[in-house]
Design a protein around this ligand. Sequence first.
Ligand code: TYD
Length: 201
Amino acid sequence: MNKKIVSFEGFEYSGKSTQIKLLKNYLNKNKIKSTFTREPGGHKQLEKIRKIILNSNYDNLTLILFFFACRFALLSKLKLNNLIVFDRYFDSTYAYQKYTLKDKKLILSLINQIDKKFIPKITFYFKINKKTLVQRKKIVGERNNFDKKYYSQFSRIQKNYEDIGKINFDNRKFITIDANRDKELIHNEILLNLKKWKLIK
Ligand code: TYD
């Protein structure tokens, strides 16, 4: 089966949402059928849980289990015929909720429970530097408890992203995007990769 799943990952303010919008416009213009989803949430009921989680103060283990519970609920609703674009997926849990070896083991074993047909073919990881982060945060501001909580943990989260990028999950390609650059350049790089790996024509 030619799996057509792609996920977008990165720290807040990395420009991931902007790129998802640009991609959506491109696909619509070119009449390419696609499904866009996001985590946590991505489905009517689950969007309610999103609000609760993102404004919560739950401990880390609770968060890991919440994120995966929402994830499996979302996957059970997904139809696999179109190109599917995830705004955050399992790499986010590894990046944000992995502190200890115990966390790592738990998160990897939960990822292992995901059916291979739902493992992305490509993950775009938006990597920004601290300077860009500080500039963009000044403009955009904080949006929820999570923005506040994790902002000071930028280096840990960035490192976790890099670590999970090295792990093989059904040969998915983990592509690091230099997210400090101009948005049009990044958009083109994304389209080139989607074409190269045959997710779009
Ligand atoms: P984000 O996707 O950046 O949405 P917005 O652009 O509306 O702020 O925010 C989601 C937050 O949830 C972000 O802080 C990362 C966090 N998150 C985790 O900590 N673990 C996860 O598994 C997921 C999916 C998200």
